[in-house]
Ligand binder design. Structure first.
Ligand code: GDP
Ligand code: MG
Length: 264
């Protein structure tokens, strides 16, 4: 029954089975007989499963680079805006790079977030080569002494080869122009897409060297279990949780608080 409820909470079959097996073992080892003790043991197990790596982005160099990827509509641009707001509020100089050149509206949306957060923005015309926008962004960041460069991208996964080529090209420019910079590849997942999100995440992990995750839209109908499923299955750290459309609706991920909230 427990395994079933965990699956219903979006943990996925694999992670639910793993959690249940771990709980069975703990119950035996600690001679647990009370429901309340079993509940805390399960919380500990889930907290361990979701605690992968550091909960903070590595922004240790000036500049550092965060490349943000994910399928269309998951919340990349919004998450970038929210992260920019947090970093600017901490006194960091942030530059947003409009690497989604597929539609002019994408850069317009990023520009609104730049104004809202106090970040700078580098953009080009619709249809421009994203790698060339990234190149411009890096040059601008170097002259302005920017602390963090955040790169927005388009998320068209229908053609995996194209997307992979585009992301590789961007990565090569960053590598060449900023060889010593801290770099994160932040994959954004829509929490309401449940197990589909997990499949997307696996594909992106294969093609794009993902280093960190952000899970969005956990304010809506999403069941938080997906966060545990992705962290555990992919072995990637969750760094942010999106809980709304406004600038302040982004939480830095805290494993224990998150699991406690799941049980409420
Ligand atoms: P992108 O295509 O990946 O860049 O996605 P966008 O940033 O444009 O977001 C798509 C939609 O999801 C927009 O309407 C956002 O306001 C909305 N959105 C993004 N993050 C969240 C979130 O955490 N909660 C809610 N409720 N909506 C979100
Ligand atoms: Mg976007």
């Amino acid at each position: 029954e427990l395994e079933e409820s965990l699956i219903l909470a979006d943990l996925g079959v694999e992670t639910a089975a793993k959690a249940t097996a771990a709980l069975r073992k703990t119950i035996r080892e600690r001679h647990i007989t009370k429901t309340e003790e079993a509940r805390s043991a399960l919380k500990e197990i889930l907290t361990d499963m979701v605690s992968v790596g550091s909960a903070e982005l590595d922004l240790s160099t000036t500049p550092s680079v965060v490349l943000v990827i994910g399928v269309n509509g998951v919340g990349k641009t919004t998450t970038i805006g929210k992260i920019a707001k947090q970093l600017c509020d901490e006194g960091k100089k942030v530059l947003l790079v409009a690497g989604d050149t597929f539609r002019a509206a994408a850069a317009d949306q990023l520009e609104i977030w730049a104004e809202r957060s106090g970040a700078d923005i580098v953009r080009q015309h619709e249809g421009a080569d994203p790698a060339s926008v990234v190149y411009d962004g890096i040059q601008s960041a170097k002259t302005k002494g920017v602390d963090v460069i955040i790169i927005d991208t388009a998320g068209r996964l229908h053609n995996k080869t194209n997307l992979m080529n585009e992301l590789n090209k961007i990565s090569r420019i960053v590598e060449r122009e900023l060889p010593n910079a801290s770099r994160e590849v932040l994959l954004v997942l829509d929490g309401t897409t449940g197990q589909n999100g997990l499949i997307q995440a696996k594909q992106f992990k294969e093609i794009a060297g993902v280093t960190a995750l952000a899970v969005t839209k956990l304010d809506g109908t999403a069941k938080g279990g997906i966060v545990i499923a992705v962290a555990d299955t992919l072995g990637l750290p969750v760094k942010f949780i999106g809980v709304g459309e406004k600038a302040e609706d982004l939480m830095r991920f805290q494993a224990k608080d998150f699991v406690d909230a799941l049980f409420e």
